[in-house]
Design a binder for this molecule. Sequence first.
Ligand SMILES: [Zn+2]
Length: 259
Amino acid sequence: MARLALILSKQQEAAPRAERRGASLGVGKRYRWAMEKIADGVYQVSRGVNSFVIDGDDGVTLIDTGMPKRQGAIVEGLSDIGRSAKDIETILITHAHFDHVGGADALQGASGAMVMASHDEASAIQGDRKPQPPLILDRIPFGAAIAGWFPKARPVLVDGMVAEGHDTDLPQDLRAVDSPGHTTGHLSYLLERSGGIMFVGDAAVASNGNIKRAWFNRKTEAIDGSIAHLGEFAFEIAVFGHSGPITSSASSAFARFNQ
Ligand SMILES: [Zn+2]
């Protein structure tokens, strides 16, 4: 009987899902202030955390999708460049934290986009395990409990796994760059456009043109190793989940970190 009740409740849940997705895009609210041009066809949407829109001949690619229920900012930004949620072909995720995957379920539902991430992050994005808490919580009393209070992102199916050197499925001259530390499967992405644009995610932040570990990271071999690794690539521009961009000679800022 309990099992039947469970099945029934699942069916009731499943039916209105498509409608809810349409409604939950948040279209109709205005977020014009939120989208900023980084380079030709590359935009940053800032809504508590930064997500990115790459516009190309083969449709729109998103890198991260922001906080849960804030995807309206991305949809409104797309309308400002003559695109809609339906034009999203690919959603690339840096890591499984709620403030980076929050809009993924709704935006994937509206577009049918391919969702891609690293193998390690995919299990958390799909809801098979909890995302790793930010490293800073290791040092705070009741850190694990605090992580439990974070908003939850709705799980979304990952269609393709990528890693550095295993990224030929990525669209628009994008490459995956392994940058573990913030989470074990954290990925950054490099776009070969405008002298190179590195989408750093939460591997670091920028402060006055310099690279910092960020308040939510701490000194570990993996964190510092990933910052050094990012500095081995050549890119003019770097964009971050939780700071403003570096707009010139960005790879040298990574290379001189810790020197
Ligand atoms: Zn994070």
